[in-house]
Design a protein around this ligand. Structure first.
Ligand SMILES: NC(=O)c1ccc[n+]([C@@H]2O[C@H](COP(=O)([O-])OP(=O)(O)OC[C@H]3O[C@@H](n4cnc5c(N)ncnc54)[C@H](OP(=O)(O)O)[C@@H]3O)[C@@H](O)[C@H]2O)c1
Length: 269
């Protein structure tokens, strides 16, 4: 199997590196293409994959093609490569808001997988949701899943609506976590901790809580109750959050991202 990644930006390079470090592909079977001469020069110094500055030299050989350009560049890309693709190739899109139908129509192909990655893929802790056109077989989908899993975990979803929904949870989600972290960091600084100590207190608290959650069957709500005792300090904090309706505000924020993803999809169509 030969894999080509089109677009060597943040996401394209992250996936290429993930696949390169896995045992799924050997170096000769991983290709990357970008239109920027500057990017090509930088990439040529990395020995993990074959780097191409001419699409005609790599696209025809590829069995699986990852599309990792910005959504607003997809029309130009489709025009550029339409005459070089074939209907046995599988196209895996990482582009937010670009529908399977649009990719099929733009390229004149059928086998398309649409995915939504997130930023922690850069450290092998990403989560990618994905769904496929009906022309993608189970075996092909499994192969794609294995490739996506090289950057962390993945979940299969039944429809593109869930791709937009996962944008509101995991795609944009790292920013919600950073928002919460930033608020706690500012509170720690205000209480008089140094910048460094604040960072240790906050990041270790997040990491520890996630580890506890992952290593047990307890719900997040049960863990909250375990930390909080009646009349105690944590209860005071949780009561303050409840009084200010923080839970509803966070849910609203996730829905705002979900709705925006749906809107962007319509604009792109
Ligand atoms: N970053 C994230 O956290 C994230 C999360 C979820 C989904 N995504 C999706 O991932 C995709 C890539 O995002 P990114 O942040 O990695 O973008 P990026 O850093 O801008 O990378 C895109 C790369 O593709 C190149 N390119 C543009 N048109 C091309 C073409 N026709 N042929 C070959 N290369 C081309 C760009 O070159 P120029 O710079 O010269 O245009 C750039 O090097 C987007 O569609 C985005 O929706 C990203």
């Amino acid at each position: 199997m030969k894999v080509l990644v089109i677009g060597a930006g943040n996401m394209g390079l992250t996936y290429a590196e993930g696949m390169a470090q896995s045992s799924l592909l050997n170096r000769r079977n991983l290709m990357i293409f970008d239109k920027s001469a500057e990017v090509i020069t930088t990439l040529s110094k990395i020995d993990h994959f074959d780097v191409f500055d001419n699409i005609e030299d790599c696209l025809p050989q590829a069995d699986v093609v990852f599309i990792a350009v910005k959504p607003y560049h997809c029309d130009d890309l489709f025009k550029e490569i339409k005459g070089m693709v074939n209907d046995q190739q599988i196209f895996v899109s990482l582009m937010a808001g670009v529908t399977i139908g649009k990719i099929q129509e733009g390229l004149g192909v059928k086998k398309v997988v649409r995915s939504m990655p997130n930023l922690p893929a850069q450290v092998g802790k990403g989560v990618t949701s994905y769904t496929e056109a009906k022309e993608v077989s189970r075996v092909e989908l499994l192969m794609v899943r294995n490739l996506l899993d090289t950057t962390g975990a993945s979940i299969h979803v039944e429809s593109e609506n869930f791709i937009d929904a996962s944008t509101g949870i995991s795609g944009s989600g790292p920013a919600y976590v950073f928002y919460f972290m930033n608020s706690m960091l500012e509170a720690a600084l205000k209480m008089g901790f140094s910048k460094n100590d604040s960072k240790v207190l906050v990041s270790q608290t997040f990491e520890g809580a996630v580890k506890l959650f992952n290593e047990s069957d307890l719900s997040a709500k049960t863990w909250m109750e375990r930390v909080a005792s009646k009349g105690g300090t944590t209860r005071a904090a949780l009561d303050s959050m409840e009084d200010n309706n923080v839970e509803e505000l966070i849910k609203d924020a996730a829905y705002a991202a979900f709705n925006r993803a749906v809107e962007l999809g319509k604009e792109e169509a």
